[in-house]
Write a protein that binds this ligand. Structure first.
Ligand SMILES: NC(=O)c1ccc[n+]([C@@H]2O[C@H](COP(=O)([O-])OP(=O)(O)OC[C@H]3O[C@@H](n4cnc5c(N)ncnc54)[C@H](OP(=O)(O)O)[C@@H]3O)[C@@H](O)[C@H]2O)c1
Length: 303
């Protein structure tokens, strides 16, 4: 279920209801709409050329980034916000961190709201998309980033470990993509970027659930690209290798050393290096003819 983390700034008299955005952020958002206008112009040119190809977009694009409170999602939300997007910073449990992400975006002149929603719960996802539309009247970019691991060798993997990973990492992408595509179809434009993993391409010991879910995301991406191409909606996947985040911080020193040995570039990726490609796919005019692709950002791991 969605988180009920209390907004930290003291404006809220009650904890936010599950699946609802933080009131503090709504106040902040209204206060920064004007200041973000200079940024809007920057993205307007990029988005107008890339998303429609014929007409300039009048408003700054609206982006939903799932799992944006920490790690790669955080870096993506900040990059899109700094580029001028209005960003829905989705989180499941880390409300305080999500508020910090919004603050960072707003300090750089962007606009953001935090929204608590579990991507594996359909009603949460629908509330989140409704909130984006109700607040900003559009949805231009969806980044499906939320993900979890529950590692175990297959011979010991419990049904719950399998199910949790599939529910969040694959069903969550299906639910968010379907809900966003319904909105994008009406406007005949949009970009959906799914964060898969190189593990879904080459496999990884102890991650059968995760590899299967990420391989599923790749198949979903390709099918969606075919179904929605005629609606001018581009759907791509980014497949990171090992990236420094809370997800990889919990790995043992031994696993980390073995992982580093396999990476031609000899180091973990940085969240910002994933965010850079996502930003390109979300806005850049050169990305408007890219769809159904899986783009590894893995230091050469999958060569
Ligand atoms: N790190 C890597 O090496 C690596 C490599 C390849 C692919 N990836 C993929 O990249 C994505 C981000 O990974 P990361 O390393 O940044 O992970 P992370 O640091 O553990 O962050 C995960 C994010 O997902 C959110 N999340 C988890 N369950 C959720 C749910 N049910 N609903 C909504 N949000 C949820 C978390 O929010 P809360 O904190 O609020 O729960 C958090 O913001 C994942 O899809 C992961 O599989 C990571």
């Amino acid at each position: 279920m969605a988180s009920t983390v209390q907004c930290s700034a003291g404006f809220a008299t009650q904890p936010p209801r599950p699946g609802h955005s933080c009131r503090f952020q709504q106040r902040q958002r209204q206060g920064t709409l004007v200041s973000s206008a200079r940024r809007d112009g920057q993205v307007r040119a990029m988005a107008g050329a890339s998303m429609d190809g014929r007409a300039q977009q009048l408003e700054a694009p609206v982006a939903v980034v799932t799992g944006a409170s920490r790690g790669i999602g955080r870096a993506i939300a900040v990059a899109l916000g700094k580029a001028g997007c209005k960003v829905v910073v989705n989180y499941a449990r880390s409300g305080t961190e999500a508020e910090e992400v919004c603050r960072e975006i707003e300090e750089s002149g962007g606009t953001a709201i935090a929204f608590s929603a579990d991507v594996s719960i359909q009603s949460d996802v629908e509330s989140m998309m409704r909130e984006a539309i109700a607040t900003w009247g559009a949805l231009d970019v969806l980044v499906n980033n939320a993900g979890i691991t529950r590692d175990a060798l297959l011979m010991r993997m419990k049904r719950a470990q399998w199910q949790q990973v599939v529910d969040v990492n694959l069903t969550g992408v299906y639910l968010c993509a379907q809900a966003a595509a319904a909105v994008m179809t009406k406007r005949k434009k949009g970009r959906i970027i799914n964060i898969a993993s190189v593990a879904g391409i080459i496999g990884n010991i102890g991650q059968a659930n995760y590899c299967a879910a990420k391989a599923g995301v790749i198949g979903l991406t390709k099918a969606m690209a075919r179904e929605y191409g005629s609606r001018n909606i581009n759907v791509n996947a980014v497949a990171p290798g090992w990236v420094a985040s809370d997800m990889t911080a919990k790995l043992s020193h031994d696993i980390e050393r073995k992982a580093l040995d396999t990476i031609p570039l000899g180091r973990y990726g940085k969240p910002e290096e994933i965010a850079g490609l996502v930003e390109f796919l979300a806005f850049h005019p050169a990305a408007s003819y890219i769809t159904g692709q899986v783009l590894p950002v893995d230091g050469g791991l999958s060569i």
